[in-house]
Design a protein around this ligand. Structure first.
Ligand code: KIV
Length: 279
């Protein structure tokens, strides 16, 4: 299967074909995402919480992102790889944003970048796109703004917020973004935005009217046990499976029933005859 491109993603919207996207943070999960024919993998800064153990995405650095984007790029052969631009690596000015985007592509191996923001970030998006770097926008709940927003509450329930979100989406499209993530946006508003835009919307907690959906890997696999967001659907419940495997392993080591001959290696034991304690 050839590599998915941003053109393929645009065609999917034109054909009315829904677009699945998941996050991946390493080589192994990137291979599995390809095997499931997921067209877009996002190396999200959500890795700050589900991989690095931070309370938010704020502490994630560009070096953290590069480390994980490289792993995903080594595993992925087919998906479009999107890399999140971490907090304060693009907000200062368009030149800073361009440098960050270039590093994620050149050093990391990403095909496109994602940044959080709407009207306020449109000039930055335009500058990056002018340099032939495809940009995915992200509006609604923008986790890097958690301190300013005062939490992760649904955005767009008032007419003022709904109008602002529509303007944000239109500004991103006009600036040249190829897709926009809508996070925690009420279903009717997300549907309206999806209908008004020619570029695809990718929803998370934004209902079925979006052109695509994204889920955080650890949430959908039931791996992350700190909390399960309401918008997450668990397609597997791996945490108890893994814990059970760890416990069985520890028990067998303690009892001496692991390893057996099957997991061990033989040799000609007569060769040990001449060895004494001092060697
Ligand atoms: O960082 C991330 O995983 C994201 C998704 C939730 C869209 O931005």
């Amino acid at each position: 299967m050839p590599r998915i491109t941003v053109r393929n993603i645009a065609e999917m919207k034109r054909r009315g074909e829904k677009i699945p996207m998941i996050t991946a943070y390493d080589y192994t999960t990137a291979i599995l995402a390809d095997a499931a024919e997921i067209p877009i993998v996002l190396v999200g800064d959500s890795l700050g919480m589900v991989v690095l153990g931070y309370e938010s995405t704020i502490p994630v650095t560009l070096d953290d992102m590069l480390h994980h984007v490289k792993m995903v790029a080594r595993g992925s052969k087919n998906a479009l790889i999107v890399a999140d631009m971490p907090f304060m690596t693009y907000q200062v000015d368009p030149a800073q944003a361009l440098t960050t985007a270039a590093r994620l592509m050149q050093e990391g191996g990403a095909h496109t970048v994602k940044l959080e923001g709407g009207v306020n970030l449109a000039p930055t998006v335009q500058r990056i796109v002018e340099c032939d770097i495809p940009v995915m926008g992200h509006i609604g709940v923008t986790p890097q703004s958690v301190n300013a927003l005062g939490g992760y509450r649904v955005r767009g329930r008032s007419s003022q917020e709904a109008g602002q979100l529509l303007n944000d989406a239109l500004a991103l499209e006009a600036a040249g973004a190829y897709a926009v993530v809508l996070e925690l946006v009420p279903t009717p508003l997300a549907r309206l935005i999806s209908q008004r835009l020619t570029i695809p919307t990718i929803g998370i907690g934004a209902g079925a009217g979006c052109d695509g959906q994204v889920q955080v890997l650890h949430d959908m696999l039931g791996l992350f046990t700190d909390f399960v967001p309401r918008h997450a659907k668990q397609y597997a419940n791996l945490a108890p499976v893994i814990k059970e495997a760890f416990s069985r392993y520890a028990q067998e080591v303690r009892k001496g029933t692991f390893p057996t001959d099957k997991e061990s290696f033989t040799m000609d034991e007569t060769l040990l005859a001449g060895l004494d304690d001092t060697q």
